[in-house]
Design a protein around this ligand. Structure first.
Ligand SMILES: Nc1ncnc2c1ncn2[C@@H]1O[C@H](COP(=O)(O)OP(=O)(O)OP(=O)(O)O)[C@@H](O)[C@H]1O
Ligand SMILES: [Mg+2]
Length: 252
């Protein structure tokens, strides 16, 4: 089942009894084994769209399919890294990371080994017995990532997952994500407002307009490649996305 596409059909969602239309008529599909990046200005509906796909926002119009079935968190494992990390303050780092797996399957030695290796690579192993309140924002964000990476999900959804990290840790963590993803490819949607992150991590890039609509869907030949920063096509693509986001952000 892991090889089916995710299909989003005419999805709209409003808050406050219809007063705030957060996303409108969103349609796109993500083929199997693809990282799709959603980028757009603040308030353009990125988190709303991700929470809707995750099954957290239930009151939407339209359809969301994974393969032939309607997507539901009840019968699919969805790894979700929310914008606020979504950690339980009363559980330790280790307990927080294991919680997703615990709900879906039994914890065994393999899972513990894999968890330890993910914690090591993300630089949080030494904090495993601490509580989230005893960690920095960037450390908490890595705990949230570790939980999603460990789940072996059908679908991975990440909302600005590297935003709290300093520039160097951010690049390292993007690389860790990409190498883990390449070993175990799954449909992934990553939300960001950083154009360079979109160009590095998005095979498909969906650019939203200010008002929760799709402005453009781009195929990105520079996916997984940091070496092309002087390539004219790269520079043009980067400038186009950047300009759109700046304009859309200013245009209320
Ligand atoms: N729970 C809510 N109740 C009412 N309005 C909301 C709620 N959540 C979001 N909104 C509104 O819906 C719109 C989309 O918000 P959303 O959080 O999806 O944007 P975003 O693109 O993720 O922004 P950011 O880049 O700042 O995280 C905004 O106008 C926001 O004010
Ligand atoms: Mg958001």
């Amino acid at each position: 089942m892991k090889n089916n596409s995710l299909v989003i059909q005419d999805v709209s969602l409003s808050y406050d009894n219809g007063k705030i239309l957060a996303i409108e008529n969103i349609s796109f599909s993500v083929s199997a084994d693809t990282v799709c990046v959603i980028i757009g200005p603040s308030g353009s509906g990125k988190s709303t769209l991700l929470r809707t796909i995750a099954g957290i926002e239930k009151n939407f119009d339209g359809n969301i399919f994974l393969g032939r079935e309607k997507l539901s968190p009840k019968n699919k494992k969805i790894g979700f890294v929310p914008q606020n990390y979504g950690l339980y303050p009363w559980r330790t780092v280790e307990e927080n990371i294991l919680i997703g797996v615990k709900i879906k399957s039994k914890i065994n030695d393999d899972i513990i080994l894999k968890m330890n290796s993910i914690m090591e690579s993300l630089g949080i192993f030494d904090f495993r017995h601490r509580f989230p309140g005893e960690l920095s924002g960037g450390q908490q964000q890595r705990v949230s990532l570790a939980r999603a990476f460990l789940l072996n999900a059908d679908l991975l959804l990440m909302d600005e997952p590297f935003s709290a990290l300093d520039a160097i840790t951010r690049e390292e963590t993007q690389n860790i994500f990409l190498s883990l993803w390449k070993k175990n490819k799954l449909i992934t949607i990553l939300v960001t407002h950083d154009v360079d992150e979109a160009l590095y991590l998005g095979k498909t890039i969906i650019v939203l307009s200010k008002k929760g609509r799709i402005w453009e869907i781009l195929n990105n030949p520079f996916f997984g490649n940091r070496e092309e920063i002087y390539n004219k096509n790269f520079i043009d693509m980067r400038a186009r996305i950047r300009e759109h986001i700046q304009k859309a952000g200013a245009d209320i």
